[in-house]
Structure formats: C-alpha cells, structure tokens
Design a protein around this ligand. Structure first.
Ligand SMILES: Cc1cc2nc3c(=O)[nH]c(=O)nc-3n(C[C@H](O)[C@H](O)[C@H](O)COP(=O)(O)OP(=O)(O)OC[C@H]3O[C@@H](n4cnc5c(N)ncnc54)[C@H](O)[C@@H]3O)c2cc1C
Length: 321
C-alpha cells in the first residue's frame, strides 16, 4: 500500500511533535527548515567546551499530555528539574517564590530533544520554504514539491503570512497575531551573586541563567520586551554593549563582562494567538500549528503539533483536516 505523505514547514517543537506522531503511525514525513538544524526557538550554540542556549531556557508542564511527555524525558535523562539558587533584587529566594518550582531544563542540547521527537521523519535543513499551495510546498529556489496528502506550516505567524497568498482563508486567520521580540546574549563574567538564575526587577533586563556546559562563568541573559523593541533595528554590537552595561550596573560587577554571542528573536512570544491547537483548510489539505495558534510556550506548541497529528490520524474521513 502506498504510504500517506506529509510535508511540514519548520522543525521547532510544534513541527517535530506533529512529524514524529505521523511518522510513528506509518506516514512518510518530510520536514523542511531554513536553519542548519532542528530546534527553532529551542536551538543551541556550540562551543569548544560544550553548548549553551540563547533561546528557551526552561520547559514546564501545566497538564497532560505534556506532563507525561516531560516525565518520560526525565526518565530518559534528557531533562531535569531546575535546582539551585535564584537571586532576585538583592536577595536569594526560593524556587516557589520565583514561581519556578515546576520548571525543567534540558540536560542534553535542546535541539537534540526536538531532533528525537522527529522520530523517523526526514529532516531537510537549509531548506527555506517560500510558499504553500494546495498539497504543495514551494522552496525559495523555485522548486515545487507536490503530491503531499497534507501540508503543515509551523512557523511564527508573521513569517507564515507571506507564504499563504494561495490560501487566503488561512492567511486571514493569522492576520491579527502579533509577536514581541527578545534580545538574548551569552555573557561571561567573574563574581556576582552565587546563584544559578537571576531574575532582574528591571526595565532593560529580565533574566539570566547560568550555562552549565559552556565553561566557567557563562550565562544566558534575556532582555525585556521593552529593551528588545527599543533595540529592534540596532546592531548586535550596540544592543550587546547596552545590555552588558545594564548588567554590570545591576550586579555591581567590577570587571567588564565578555559578550560571546547575541541573538534577536524578532518573533519570540505571540501576544494574541489565534486559539485552539491548529487551524486547517480542509479542501486544500493545509493546516497551521505552533505557538501563534496555540499560545506561547513549549507545552502549547508541542501539543498543537500532537493534536493536529491525532486529528489527522483519527479522522473518520480519509485525511479530513
Ligand atoms: C528567548 C526566548 C525564551 C523563551 N523562554 C521560554 C521558556 O522558558 N519556557 C517556554 O515554555 N517557552 C519559552 N519560549 C517560547 C517557546 O520557545 C516557543 O513558544 C516555542 O518554542 C515555539 O515553538 P514553535 O515550534 O511553535 O516555533 P519555532 O520554534 O519558532 O519553530 C519554527 C521553525 O520554523 C523555521 N522556519 C521559519 N520560517 C521558515 C521558512 N520560510 N522555511 C523553512 N523553515 C522556516 C524556523 O527556523 C524554526 O525552526 C521562549 C522563547 C524565546 C525566543
């Protein structure tokens, strides 16, 4: 029997959970991502000494089914509960006070966690999709990949909209979704609070998380949305220098911090997601998933991919979206 085929745009957590679920049910699944690897906002930077994240630092589960997925990852040794000291303002506080008691962090590279979710789906990195058409993906080099039984798009709404000229009903559903940006930095410094997480009570910086595998004194530092909007069009150097001087002031550091990397997540968090887990254009066999639909966070994005895959598989009609 010929296998059913899905083409998925985006190998973030939403695309990967959808792809892995369909592949496990016997579908032939091809996932296309413009980046060099899987992960999306869970991707990592590699160093000589190890890896560090400029994206999502924590994963948490409010309910099943993600709660049991997280338990499984804990059993596999891929994530562990966040422990250690949190420094907020001028004091060390507990995880409960910081509302981080249900937070986990990956012990393997977060991008590998996403890679594992893909299962037997085929991942095509360095493939930027320019447009979606009924049952067809168009790559930016003009190649048309057709004959899919189902095409699924998991990229942030503002990046999906230009791909949807041939699917105006879906494009309209995304029209109102707005994202806020986050500048994040990898910085190394000596001294400062003896903590693993720093929560800033500040309008420029939001959070810093110690990176265990990138050598001593390496931290991921996350700016606030306000900072990120102010420096949206700034160069990496300008944004990094401003963040570093804010950090030195807040922590009272005597020595300059080293800035090792920076990244602007232009579409970091959706403010007003569509709602539900996925939206579909049944006639054209195209569906949209991801946090722009289901709401911000790894849990919601993961579940949106899972729910769409389950809807496809459980549908009484063949392939009804
Ligand atoms: C700095 C930061 C910190 C965060 N902290 C947390 C946290 O602590 N806890 C939490 O739960 N959530 C956090 N989030 C939010 C969380 O990361 C996201 O909600 C979730 O990862 C979204 O997953 P996704 O699969 O929907 O999208 P993405 O991860 O963005 O995946 C989309 C994929 O599509 C690809 N793509 C885009 N355009 C194209 C194209 N044209 N062709 C091919 N591929 C394309 C991208 O490369 C990407 O891999 C954070 C986000 C950021 C940015």
């Amino acid at each position: 029997m010929t296998k059913l085929r899905a083409g998925i745009v985006g190998a973030g957590i939403a695309g990967a959970s959808c792809a892995g679920t369909l592949a496990a049910a016997g579908w032939e699944v091809d996932v296309f991502d413009k980046a060099r690897g899987a992960g999306g906002r869970l991707s990592t930077r590699r160093f000589e000494q190890g890896w560090a994240t400029l994206g999502t630092p924590f994963v948490s589960a409010k309910r099943d089914p993600f709660r049991s997925q997280l338990r499984d990852w804990v059993r596999q040794g891929w994530v562990s509960a966040v422990r250690g000291n949190i420094w907020q303002g001028r004091a060390t506080i507990s995880w409960a006070e910081a509302q981080l008691q249900n937070h986990y962090c990956p012990t393997i590279e977060p991008s590998q966690l996403v890679r594992k979710l893909l299962g037997s789906a085929r991942l095509h990195t360095g493939h930027r999709v320019a447009a979606l058409k009924p049952r067809t993906l168009v790559l930016d080099d003009g190649r048309e990949l057709g004959d899919f039984d189902c095409v699924i798009c998991s990229v942030p709404a503002p990046q999906a909209i230009p791909m949807l000229d041939a699917l105006p009903l879906l494009r309209e559903r995304l029209a109102e979704v707005r994202y806020r940006p986050i500048w994040s930095f990898l910085m190394r410094w000596d001294g400062g609070p003896a903590a693993d997480v720093i929560k800033f009570d500040d309008h420029l910086l939001n959070l810093a998380v110690r990176q265990p595998s990138g050598g001593p004194g390496l931290w991921s530092v996350y700016a606030t949305h306000e900072f990120s909007e102010t420096y949206l069009e700034a160069s990496e150097m300008e944004a990094s220098n401003r963040a570093a001087s804010a950090l030195m002031g807040l922590l009272g550091l005597p020595w300059p911090v080293e800035i090792e990397a920076s990244h602007l997540w232009r579409y970091a968090r959706p403010e007003n997601p569509v709602g539900g887990f996925w939206v579909g254009d049944r006639e054209n066999r195209v569906a949209l998933i991801g946090d722009g639909i289901a709401g911000v966070g790894v849990e919601r994005a993961w579940e949106s991919g899972l729910r769409l895959a389950q809807a496809i598989l459980q549908s009484k009609e063949e392939l009804a979206l």
